[in-house]
Design a protein around this ligand. Structure first.
Ligand SMILES: Cc1cc2nc3c(=O)[nH]c(=O)nc-3n(C[C@H](O)[C@H](O)[C@H](O)COP(=O)(O)OP(=O)(O)OC[C@H]3O[C@@H](n4cnc5c(N)ncnc54)[C@H](O)[C@@H]3O)c2cc1C
Length: 637
């Protein structure tokens, strides 16, 4: 045995021991430390710079239930592309309606944050994003979870809200001194009677002519709620309007003072904001000022790139086509913890879809042994129900099983699906990855003959549970156009999903939801699989790509082979099945020793034992013979 071998053995053994015990190698330690907590989904789509009030399970009731003002609430999912696209519009709505905030706030809750499951379930949100108006004194109740606003246009949202606010029957119990007087002026009203019963703060009454079937006067009143010196009144009857010097066509707005003097004005545009601007300009000249606007509440930290993410992204860029264990697990976790429990009633087609999905997940489960047990038990639980299961029953059972079989997940973060910002990529990316993985596992499974096994489960899941409503609708349309139900065999199922995903990639290339660090391209790229392209890449740039489908199939089978699924970023590798790599590594350690070394080692071992026995006997014997000296020393003999 050479002199360096013991050192090599010691180092290699140490490394194996580290890995086997799941102890992170020092190089990863810092990175893993930052990954100890699950990804923070509470970051949502809005931050401190926006005027949107961020709701969570902790502040939802205190902010929008039984208040003396109304609320517009957006229920959204961070990972839903359409919600991301709508977010800038919603920020504009919030900014625009900020002057209404004493009467109505603009708020949003992220239903992708697990902690908010209960709220989103209670409010029976069927699609994302959903806009609901909850009026003053609102109490949730059966069949009553606010009024839906079926538009995403800023002007329409404003007009609908104005109509809903004006229709409120405000009682004194709501005690909101800012609430405007929405009653129309009548022929009994006059310039002096307007001030009867008004507080002395009210120095002026603005009279607004409101054309029929509009909410113009309501909007002006709402835009002026921060101006305590003015009360805004609506007039619709032309004869009454004339009493207040209003000419609907040219001078549709007038201001009355306490002396009964009336001056009419012509705003620039026929909308509430422009009328309010005119009034504010006139009042400004009279040295009348508004109340200071209340500062917005602060909540979660703004979304920034988390530390450690750069390192992950670099790894993913280095290995572009890798499939990561962490993403597969995050997909399963989000489906079970967030998507399914959010549905209040799971019955009929939904229940069947869930049972089918869990059956497929059980067969092609990417989790470790505990995860396998958990999914099997969860499936057994769900198949007991014939009629109906509730999302909260499912959630309770899931949590019970997970705590019984703890730990179930080996990782808590996305790796291959990490976006350059927490608002990009994530769950939807991992969902594709999971379904590709499952179609490949099904194709490897000789026991299963059903070509549609995974595609059918995926279709049912996407239709009934996927929290990106627009994606679900597109997918269903694409599935029937691409004849999903006619896929003839399991290999074609793998290719069907690959081609369908590429169609989505093509549609979304350059979209505002695209992560600039991960542009949408046809997959696999020529760098990853040049054989997958029949036409040389340079020629195919402007042409339809001519794929070599056999090569594509081989490539997909390879990257989704569980043996090659990357465990980068996994914190608890000990939960997973040992990879052939690890087995090989162990075998390699034993092959570091030659047969001769082994024999020499055994001899050395035997020699050491003999020496130890001899040494022991020698000392024991000596000790026995020395006993009499002890007596002498003690002077007892
Ligand atoms: C069923 C479904 C439908 C969707 N529909 C829409 C929609 O209509 N509108 C919308 O805005 N968003 C939609 N999305 C979301 C969108 O497709 C992306 O998931 C999201 O934009 C994140 O993109 P990404 O860059 O992370 O890559 P993704 O497209 O999510 O891909 C994830 C990973 O899969 C691999 N991959 C890419 N293409 C293929 C392929 N063809 N075959 C095999 N592997 C591949 C890559 O490694 C990639 O990183 C949908 C998602 C799903 C699951």
């Amino acid at each position: 045995m050479s002199v360096v071998q013991p050192a090599i053995i010691a180092i290699v053994s140490l490394l194996v021991a580290f890995a086997a015990a799941g102890v992170p190698l020092p190089r990863y330690e810092a990175l893993l430390k930052q990954q100890s907590a699950p990804e923070d989904p509470s970051l949502g789509l809005y931050d401190d710079g926006d005027k949107v009030v961020r709701l969570t399970v902790d502040n939802f009731n205190a902010t929008v239930v039984d208040q003396n003002r109304g609320a517009l609430v957006e229920f959204y999912n961070t990972y839903c592309g359409h919600c991301r696209r709508f977010a800038p519009t919603y920020k504009t709505v919030a900014e625009h309606l900020l002057p209404w905030s004493e009467v109505l706030i603009v708020a949003a809750i992220d239903c992708a944050a697990e902690e908010n499951n209960g709220v989103c379930r209670t409010y029976e949100v069927m699609g994302y994003p959903t806009l609901r108006y909850l009026g003053p004194g609102f109490q949730p109740g059966a069949q009553h979870y606010g009024q839906n606003l079926m538009t995403q246009d800023v002007t329409e949202i404003r007009e609908l809200l104005a109509g809903m606010v004006a229709a409120e029957n405000m009682t004194s119990s709501h005690n909101n001194s800012y609430w405007p007087n929405f009653h129309y002026l009548t022929e009994n009203d006059s310039a002096t009677s307007l001030f009867e019963g008004l507080s002395s703060d009210r120095q002026y009454v603005a009279v607004v002519h409101e054309p029929e079937n509009t909410t113009l006067g309501v909007e002006v009143a709402l835009f002026m709620t921060q101006w305590p010196a003015v009360e805004v009144r609506r007039v619709i009857d032309p004869a009454v309007a004339t009493k207040f010097k209003i000419d609907p066509a040219n001078l549709p707005l007038s201001l009355v003072d306490r002396k009964g003097e009336i001056t009419a004005y012509a705003p620039e545009f026929a909308n509430g904001e422009s009328y309010a601007k005119k009034l504010q300009e006139v009042l400004g000249k009279k040295s009348v000022t508004p109340r200071p606007v209340k500062p917005q509440q602060k909540l979660a930290t703004p979304a920034t790139k988390a530390t450690g993410q750069n390192e992950i992204i670099e790894e993913v860029h280095r290995n572009k086509h890798f499939v990561y264990q962490a993403d597969l697990e995050q997909a399963v976790r989000t489906i079970l913890h967030n998507e399914v429990p959010k549905v209040s009633e799971i019955s009929g087609e939904k229940l069947l879809a869930l049972q089918r999905f869990l059956g497929v997940l059980q067969r092609y489960n990417p989790l470790g042994a505990n995860g396998h047990q958990m999914v099997t038990k969860l499936k057994d639980f769900v198949v007991q129900f014939n009629d109906q299961l509730t999302g909260s029953q499912f959630e309770v059972e899931l949590k019970r099983l997970e705590s019984q079989l703890l730990p179930v997940y080996s990782s808590t973060h996305f790796v291959g699906c990490t976006g350059s910002s927490p608002r990009l990529r994530g769950f939807s990316c991992s969902l594709w990855t999971l379904f590709h993985f499952m179609t490949v596992q099904a194709a490897r499974n000789e026991e299963s003959q059903d070509p549609l096994e995974v595609l059918q489960a995926m279709h049912g899941y996407i239709k009934n549970f996927f929290g990106c409503t627009e994606c679900s609708e597109h997918f269903q349309a694409m599935a029937s156009r691409r004849k999903i139900w006619s896929v003839p065999n399991k290999e074609e199922a793998v290719l069907w999903l690959w081609a369908a995903h590429n169609e989505v990639n093509q549609r979304l290339a350059g979209d505002e939801t695209e992560d600039p660090e991960f542009p949408k391209k046809q997959f696999p790229s020529p760098d990853s699989c040049s054989q997958c392209y029949r036409t040389p890449v340079s020629k195919s740039e402007n042409l339809e790509i001519e794929w070599n489908k056999d090569a594509v199939l081989g490539f997909l089978r390879n990257i989704h082979n569980p043996q090659f699924v990357s465990r980068y970023g996994v914190q608890r590798e000990e939960l997973l099945h040992p990879t052939p790599d690890k087995m090989r590594q162990k075998r390699q350690i034993s092959s570091v020793f030659t047969d001769m070394d082994m024999r020499m080692g055994m001899l050395l071992y035997a020699f050491c034992i003999v020496m130890m026995v001899l040494a022991f006997k020698l000392f024991a014997f000596k000790g026995y013979r020395k006993k009499p000296y002890g007596h002498d020393l003690l002077g007892k003999v």
